[in-house]
Design a protein around this ligand. Sequence first.
Ligand SMILES: [Fe+2]
Length: 385
Amino acid sequence: MASGSIGIQGIEALHYYVHDLDRTRRFFVDKLDFVEVGHSGAQLEQEGRQRAAAFQAGEALFVLHQPVGEGGRAWRYLRKHPEGVGTVVFDVEDIDRAFALLDERGGTFITDIQRFKDDAGTLAMFSITTPFGDTTFRFIERRGYRSLFPGFVATPAAAGASNRFGFERIDHLTSNFQTMKPALLWMQHVLGLEPLWEIAFHTNDVAADPTHARREHGSGLKSVVMWDPASHVKFANNEPFRPFFKESQINIFAEDNRGDGVQHSALAVTDIVGAVRGLRARGVEFMATPGTYYDVLPERLERIRVGQLEESLDVLRELEILVDGSEKGKYLLQIFLKEAAGREHDREAGPFFFEIIQRKGDQGFGAGNFRALFEAIERDQANAR
Ligand SMILES: [Fe+2]
């Protein structure tokens, strides 16, 4: 089977399908400080049967779509799933080459190449189905074309998309599958990605403590990261890991999402302490980290050979920022926002959430935190008894 890059240059945008565009706009603009850079024109809304608005922070771009009547893409997605990421848009170098390679390798096309032109340049694109549930991939070759999309209207004075929290770009996407092998093979053989890294983790093996021997619950996952070596686009992929398949957080996601799909998107920053402080001041909610995580953090940092951090442990504890790494002086700092359903107190807002990540030399995804967080929760529960 042929492999190799189809010429992906990066993730241009994520299309996020929602019931209530104004509600999600408030979150992106008022909480995360994304800038609204454009919206759908009347003709596009009529033709596509959906209303759209685009939000940018650094290079990270999200396009929100809300159904207008029935039959459009957003309506069809939301008929099956709660709100979530339904389309990933990639920039490619050469649209004809990308199309030909995907065709040769068994890609399934939703559209042929569509070509558009304005006074400044051209835009060409096509879409394919994927094994990521009902999430589709769109590939775009953009050569000077002004508008984000034909029929899109740019918001005046939204030229700069600088973000007060320093969001720079999408660092990675993480997706959950009930079984991920078909998706991994597809990413490798159709999309031309390569395996980068993998791990299996189960809370059932956490402790040698004999009280854990007859554990009657737990959560496990297997995770494989695939990447495009040329563009460094990374997909982390998870599936549930026995025992207690049903209790795995990955299976719970698949049930809440009513199928496989994108679980989270990580936004890269260069000052996570400042970012999280600012986001908390605006009322953004994060997944909680027990204080006991920090009690043992110095020992853990020695054990994983990271050693001293540049940041104060007191500040990390105060803000509940997580740390992981595997080499001296190289680490990452990360934190997860509350998932949309919890944030909006609405199950139909879906299980998608954001991560914020600052890389200080470590290229992993924070796998060590699965275990560290689980152990911290266990210690917390033991202390409460
Ligand atoms: Fe992540």
